[in-house]
Design a protein around this ligand. Structure first.
Ligand code: MLT
Length: 392
């Protein structure tokens, strides 16, 4: 018996586990001292009332013989897929129902999608980046190339013929930098992928934060994307489902490699290894798309947007270089006085009791940068910002 040795190539711990450990250690040595967390991008507002109502109703249905449901369709109930289909229509993006595959969240799909790809594929990942993209590929032993995001390109790396990639990851609005690709910029990636016969894995988890009407919410707003891209999205950041777990992946019918349909393979993978998202959760997700649901989740999103404005305005006022925060819940700032990311993290925690996420944890191009999240509660955000600006 041999274990998967590729796991030994991973860093000892996942970024957010390291941050959590450091905070635990600080709290153990400073009992009673309050810590202000703007670190992991986890929502703090409760689920919208319509979502809770839908869940209660679904729980009651599960308790009665006439309405009880056992295994659901592995790829998701039509009542939810139809709502997602209509949601895309507004962009406008036309999707077939069976191009929408419901799951228990974007993170699972981002890792699981690799099952349908050869381990020999070369992967191109922007740096800085959400660390899960890197780790899931290391686990599978894939070769990874990075393309640098930096202040010069506004943390939006662009394609370049020197890259030879089979699989490309794009997250827009970006985690961690908050940068958002324009339609023209995404078009350049789509053209590049079609030319290289490469696949784009587009992470749209933060699309609900896009306010600027000229910016794309979905890769499928871009001509040519249906032959080179799949899109992964979730209700986590849109509707506060981080602990509830529901997401979906869009795999267009035209997406084929060597004549083999990616949709058919993903469908086959999910129906073999996944028995579907719970009925109660899918009913909860469905409620997000009702008129009242949209009103309620927009109110929550607006609360986080205001947090983002509070953070960004304070940094700009202090003359700190930062990106993100307008069409994204993340604000990415340059550490003051040439400090390294973890140095700034330690200083903020030890001197001010404030926790953010060190940019270096998102890749080497993140060194010297720092990420703050707008998902905190208002009181925490205001106090944390006050404390941060005191040491800038
Ligand atoms: C983050 O803080 O980057 C996110 O919350 C992580 C995630 O969505 O899994």
């Amino acid at each position: 018996m041999e274990l998967n040795n590729h796991f030994l190539d991973l860093k000892d711990s996942y970024l957010f586990s390291t941050v959590a450990r450091k905070v635990r250690e600080y709290q153990a040595s400073h009992p009673g001292v309050k810590v202000y967390k703007l670190s992991i991008g986890d929502v703090t507002l409760p689920l919208a009332p319509v979502v809770i109502e839908a869940m209660h109703k679904a729980v009651d249905e599960m308790g009665k013989k006439e309405t009880f449901r056992g295994y659901g369709p592995e790829l998701g109930y039509d009542f939810l897929r139809e709502k997602i289909q209509a949601y895309y229509k507004r962009l406008p993006v036309d999707l077939d129902l069976d191009e929408i595959i419901v799951s228990d969240g974007a993170k699972s799909d981002l890792g699981n999608i690799l099952d349908i790809m050869s381990p020999n594929n070369k992967v191109l990942i922007p740096d800085p980046v959400y660390p899960a993209y890197v780790d899931v590929n290391i686990m599978a032993g894939r070769k990874i190339d990075t393309c640098a995001g930096n202040a010069e390109n506004g943390f939006k790396p662009m394609p370049n013929d020197s890259y030879k990639a089979d699989v490309i990851y794009i997250c827009s609005p970006n985690n961690p930098t908050g940068a958002v690709y324009t339609k023209d910029e995404l078009k350049a990636w789509v053209d590049y992928a079609n030319k290289q016969n490469a696949l784009i894995i587009f992470d749209a988890a933060y699309e609900a934060f896009v306010q600027d009407k000229s910016l794309p919410h979905s890769i499928f707003e871009i001509e040519g994307a249906r032959t080179c891209a799949l899109e992964i999205c979730s209700f986590s950041k849109t509707a506060g489902f981080t602990g509830t777990r529901c997401g979906y992946t869009i795999v267009p019918k035209e997406l084929k490699f060597n004549g083999i349909s990616a949709n058919a393979l993903w469908n086959r993978r999910q129906s073999t290894k996944f028995n579907g998202t719970p009925y109660i959760i899918q009913r909860a997700a469905e409620a997000v798309f009702t008129d009242e649901g949209q009103k309620q989740i927009q109110a929550n999103l607006e609360y986080y947007r205001e947090n983002a404005r509070i953070i960004k305005n304070a940094l700009v006022e202090k003359g700190i270089y930062c990106v993100g925060g307008e069409n994204s819940p993340y604000i990415w700032l340059k550490c003051p006085n040439g400090m390294k990311s973890w140095e700034f993290f330690d200083k903020l925690l030890n001197e001010k009791g404030v926790v953010g996420t060190p940019g270096a944890g998102f890749g080497e191009n993140g060194e010297g940068f720092f990420r703050l999240t707008a998902f905190g509660d208002r009181e925490t955000t205001i106090e944390a910002v006050k404390r941060i600006t005191e040491i800038l």
